[in-house]
Design a protein around this ligand. Structure first.
Ligand code: SF4
Ligand code: SF4
Ligand code: SF4
Length: 270
């Protein structure tokens, strides 16, 4: 699975940069080239009744939650925090899986029922959260940086850059976005994909689908020496090496477990 993991990381990096560029680029160039990466974000696609939403659900039924490990910018942002943590996770699966499952289902029911009733809890929707972080926190800084660059270039006789208007976002948006960013990143450093597997309603739906996915991570007990390396590499705490099982509802299809297994005991198969 090492090659699959590398492909995943390359694709995830591309999606994160492309979606972020669409939010931050004020020239419209990024939207022209990479606008499609925004159109295949699950909730916007579902609300637009786009075929992309169906494609994502079918992909989840086939391969598990690859959307969460490749396409969703909020998930990839957490992966960066997890990578920078530079420590393995403790042994053992989540101590309270049932409590977590009840919490996830309750949040998902409130989120989707609210949507039908016209109450849009957009601070729970991953793409909206990421968009607010990008536009509320990073976009004004990018514009300020551009203006400084334009002034500097002009002093040196170049007019390659243009000064653009910097619109200060509402203070409450900045505070809420910053607080949520810190919270999600802190949770990622502490417990990996905790936000994804406890709070995110989109993750809960995809988790239910991936429970019956065609391909899934599997432990070959005949080859496994129970070294626990996969368990400690799993950012979703999905692996219980004691029982040799993997919780497919929380697995985000990152392929890290297979990449660390030196015995070839972890496969992605039917
Ligand atoms: S669970 Fe939600 S936030 Fe996490 S990667 Fe999936 S869609 Fe994104
Ligand atoms: S890393 Fe491989 S050998 Fe070690 S516990 Fe996991 S599946 Fe078994
Ligand atoms: S079991 Fe864990 S490490 Fe393996 S693919 Fe799933 S989330 Fe990644």
């Amino acid at each position: 699975m090492r090659k699959l993991r590398i492909i995943r990381i390359v694709l995830a990096t591309f999606f994160l940069l492309a979606v972020t560029a669409c939010f931050l680029d004020f020239t419209g160039t990024a939207a022209k080239w990479f606008g499609w990466t925004v159109k295949i974000q699950l909730m916007p696609a579902a609300l637009a009744l786009s075929l992309a939403a169906v494609a994502i659900l079918v992909a989840t039924l086939l391969f598990g939650r690859i959307y969460c490990s490749v396409v969703c910018p909020l998930g990839i942002l957490q992966d960066i925090a997890i990578f920078l943590r530079r420590k393995k996770f403790p042994f053992g699966r989540d101590a309270f899986p049932r409590v977590r499952m009840v919490v996830r289902l309750a949040i998902a029911i409130v989120f989707f029922a609210g949507g039908f009733l016209g109450l849009h809890f957009t601070w729970l929707e991953p793409y909206a959260i990421y968009g607010r972080m990008a536009t509320g926190l990073a976009a004004p800084l990018v514009r300020l940086g551009n203006n400084h660059l334009a002034a500097w270039a002009e002093r040196h006789g170049s007019y390659a850059f243009h000064v653009v208007e910097v619109v200060a976002p509402p203070l409450c948006l900045v505070i809420l976005s910053a607080a949520l960013l810190v919270l999600i990143l802190a949770l990622a450093v502490w417990k990996g994909r905790f936000w994804c597997n406890t709070v995110c309603p989109v993750g809960t739906v995809l988790g239910c689908l991936s429970k019956v996915s065609l391909l899934k991570p599997k432990i070959d007990l005949a080859k496994c020496v129970k070294c626990g390396m996969c368990e400690r590499a799993c950012k979703a705490q999905s692996i219980d090496i004691g029982s040799g099982t993997i919780d497919r509802t929380t697995c985000v299809a990152c392929f890290s477990c297979g990449a660390v297994c030196k015995k070839g005991a972890l496969t992605w198969s039917r």
